[in-house]
Ligand binder design. Structure first.
Ligand SMILES: *[C@@H]1O[C@H](CO)[C@@H](O)[C@H](O)[C@H]1NC(C)=O
Length: 247
């Protein structure tokens, strides 16, 4: 009896102590002369395997990726709109490919460019403001679809030592969004006045570059912190030499 408890205890310690990447993830060795090429294919492959998340590491499902909320208070300029988004769903991230990867593990920095064929941002919204000379207000469902979205990611990490293991914690995560095209649709604008709503949605799409440019920075800020959280779910739990084996 005593023995079996002891064995059970040591097995659980092992299971808790050893946080590893899932078996089926491609591992890229730190000293690989083609480390960047390896990561360029391993990372999107891992994204596809994370569609349903990784429960053991508390990584949430990525398809869709849920974001609780986002508030935008766009100040001066041609677009002044206060917007509240809740229950945000991001669809399409796991279809991304990487066009560039630059890992500088010595300085704990990663830089990558991704291309997402179609990223849909679907959320409950409330907004009120003005675009050019037109007032806009509504409360309903927003669909902001970015076609051929290039995202430039810059991850700045630092080594953190816990229980003799080194982790690569990401303390900063910057993104830049460069969509080829943005399609906007807000349901139930102007308290459901269909004629006004259709007209405004048309107007928004005719001016989507202007609208998106005014809102881009807020989207980038909110989404970079979401990407940072997901990355750190893995990087804070799996030691660096288990993500990037040393030999
Ligand atoms: C969002 O808009 C895109 C582009 O118009 C469309 O393809 C997609 O089906 C829409 N998604 C939802 C959930 O309405």
């Amino acid at each position: 009896m005593k023995n079996s408890i002891l064995i059970f205890a040591s097995i659980t310690t092992l299971a808790i102590g050893e946080n590893l990447l899932p078996e089926d993830f491609t591992k890229c060795r730190q000293k690989d002369a083609k480390l960047n090429d390896c990561l360029k294919s391993a990372v999107p492959d891992a994204l596809r395997r994370m569609k349903k998340g990784i429960p053991e590491l508390s990584v949430p499902p990525l398809e869709p990726l849920l974001v609780s909320g986002m508030n935008i208070e766009s100040g001066a300029g041609p677009v002044v709109i206060n917007q509240i988004y809740r229950n945000i769903q991001l669809h399409g991230l796991t279809d991304s490919i990487l066009t560039l990867y630059k890992a500088d593990l010595k300085h704990h920095r990663l830089r990558t460019d991704s291309l997402t064929p179609k990223m849909e941002f679907i959320a409950d919204y409330v907004m009120k403001g003005r675009i050019l000379v037109l007032p806009i207000q509504g409360k309903g469902i927003a669909n902001i679809t970015m076609v051929n979205l290039v995202v430039k990611h810059e991850l700045i990490g630092e080594p953190v030592t816990k229980d003799g293991e080194t982790y690569m914690h990401m303390r900063d995560y910057k993104v830049k969004f460069i969509p080829q095209r943005v399609i906007l649709h807000f349901s139930n604008l102007f308290n459901g006045d269909k004629a006004l709503g259709d007209q405004m949605n048309r107007f928004l799409n005719e001016n989507s570059d202007l609208v998106f440019n005014e809102l881009k920075e807020s989207y980038e800020k909110s989404l970079s912190s979401v990407f940072q959280d997901v990355t750190n779910k893995i990087f804070d739990k799996v030691p660096m030499n288990k993500i990037f084996p040393e030999d």
